[in-house]
Ligand binder design. Structure first.
Ligand SMILES: Nc1ncnc2c1ncn2[C@@H]1O[C@H](COP(=O)(O)OP(=O)(O)OP(=O)(O)O)[C@@H](O)[C@H]1O
Length: 444
């Protein structure tokens, strides 16, 4: 049984059944927070939870930016993380996993030492920029945080790293491996390794082999603290087992699983509209008029190679061009697509910060993007899996202590209805149908 599991893991598709987001245990001897009783005590502040582990200047910075009370995942995981134990951080989108693992990073490193001591691995450049920003904010000027991201200036960074090794590196898998293979720096003094969106990286055929090198060849689990984070860890019991079996973590790794029965924020309202493909653009426009979002992300499918060869325009371009002519509201229409070059991606990413936007994006924005002003999500194209649905919908409802309502609306054809129903069963949510007639009275 165990041998079969490890063969599947080595195939490049480690957890091939994304439906099993909350699968029942098969063989785990490891503690999970779901099974730990909650302590009966008044809520502690973040400072109290981290006292004696995280440097005071970092806690002061955290308070200055408004991180005073720990979120549920922070309260549950910080005792484990700050004790130096390996941890699988498994909690809802927008629940505050980034701050939890960064506080562990600051407790593990010695800012006085000139060596690379912490590595945070992320799947995309955009998420890397975001995590680097939070790490720099907490570090103030006490230590260097370097971002080694796809599309970055790796040549220049190679000499910077050699001249003054940063204590913390935030990197995409490919960029990190490139630097290590060029011997730009050594990972010999790594004390803590964080892999964010771990299920995504393991599921990506482009990234999984390099990730294995980082976990088993460049560094060893026995000499570092390892933290895996995600809102979705399909077949998590098997993943925990594999972590130990493949020496990705030590054997006493703890699975902190917060709110396992509710993988999406409770204030999220799910709706759907059944319409034909031809009607979709107009339905989207009607929804925008009706909802008047503060800001919204409109998810579209990545264009297939076949469609590119046929010379078709991608969904993303069609939607952006339509909205730029037909949408009369005040939000700025922006585009983010894997096929754009890194400069264009950077421009969209920068513009999206700080003002009201309608961001038309492929799934590149579905992992880790933190734009708390996003009040509405629209799935112009149906996500491929329940996991994709969860991460797209989780781009809203990202203010941990706010009960402000937010919504995710999916546009489907009659034939796609059963797929959405399957997502509802897997993720245990209810989506309400919005009648098509109510759309057309507004816009047409
Ligand atoms: N203790 C806290 N107090 C107030 N706000 C917080 C706290 N911790 C985190 N936040 C805020 O909550 C939001 C979501 O946090 P974060 O991006 O870490 O979520 P996440 O769990 O990593 O989500 P995802 O799985 O979608 O990546 C951010 O805007 C962050 O600034």
């Amino acid at each position: 049984m165990a041998a079969a599991a490890s063969t599947a893991t080595l195939s490049g598709h480690p957890y091939p059944f994304p439906s099993a987001l909350n699968s029942t245990p098969n063989s785990t001897r490891l503690a999970t927070s779901a099974s730990r009783p909650r302590p009966l005590r008044a809520a502690a502040t973040l400072r109290e939870v981290c006292a004696g582990h995280v440097p005071d200047h970092v806690l002061q910075r955290a308070e200055d930016v408004g991180y005073v009370v720990p979120t549920e995942v922070q309260e549950d995981s910080l005792p484990v993380l700050l004790s130096g134990q390996d941890c699988i951080l498994h909690a809802q989108t927008g629940s505050g996993k980034t701050l939890a693992y960064l506080l562990a990073v600051f407790s593990a490193i010695d800012v006085g030492r000139s060596s690379v001591q912490a590595l945070v691995i992320v799947p995309t450049r955009e998420l890397g920029i975001q995590v680097t920003k939070v790490a720099r904010l907490l570090a103030a000027k006490a230590c260097n945080v370097m971002a080694l991201l796809d599309g970055g200036m790796l040549k220049r960074q190679k000499s910077w790293v050699k001249a003054e090794p940063p204590a913390i590196i935030v990197a995409t898998v490919a960029s990190l491996c490139q630097m290590v293979e060029k011997r730009a720096f050594s990972l010999g003094s790594i004390k803590i390794l964080v892999i964010d969106e771990v299920d995504f990286i393991f599921g990506s055929s482009k990234q999984v082999n390099s990730l294995r090198k980082i976990l088993n060849s460049y560094t060893a689990a026995s000499s570092r603290q390892t933290i895996f984070a995600s809102a979705s860890i399909p077949q998590h019991n098997r993943f925990v087992h594999d972590c130990v079996q493949h020496k990705w973590t030590k054997s006493d790794v703890v699975h902190v699983h917060v709110n396992p029965v509710q993988p999406m924020p409770s204030q999220l309202h799910h709706t759907f509209v059944i319409c034909s493909k031809k009607e979709r653009l107009h339905v989207l426009l009607s929804l925008l008029e009706r909802d008047a979002p503060k800001s919204a992300i409109i998810f579209v499918a990545q264009q297939s190679e076949k469609s590119k060869r046929a010379g078709n325009a991608p969904s993303s371009t069609l939607v952006v061009e339509f909205l730029r002519t037909e949408y009369k509201g005040t939000l700025e229409v922006l585009l983010l697509d894997e096929d754009m070059n890194f400069n264009a991606r950077a421009t969209s990413f920068t513009e999206v910060k700080g003002k009201g936007f309608l961001l038309v994006s492929t799934d590149i924005a579905s992992r880790g993007f933190d734009l708390p002003q996003t009040s509405h999500i629209y799935n112009f194209d149906l996500p491929k899996t329940a996991t994709d649905y969860l991460h797209r919908a989780g781009r809203t409802g990202r203010e941990p202590f706010s009960k402000a309502e937010c919504s995710a609306t999916t546009l489907i054809t009659e034939d796609e209805h059963f797929v959405l129903q399957r997502f509802q069963n897997e993720l245990k949510f209810h989506a309400q149908e919005l009648p098509l007639e109510s759309m057309f009275t507004l816009s047409l």
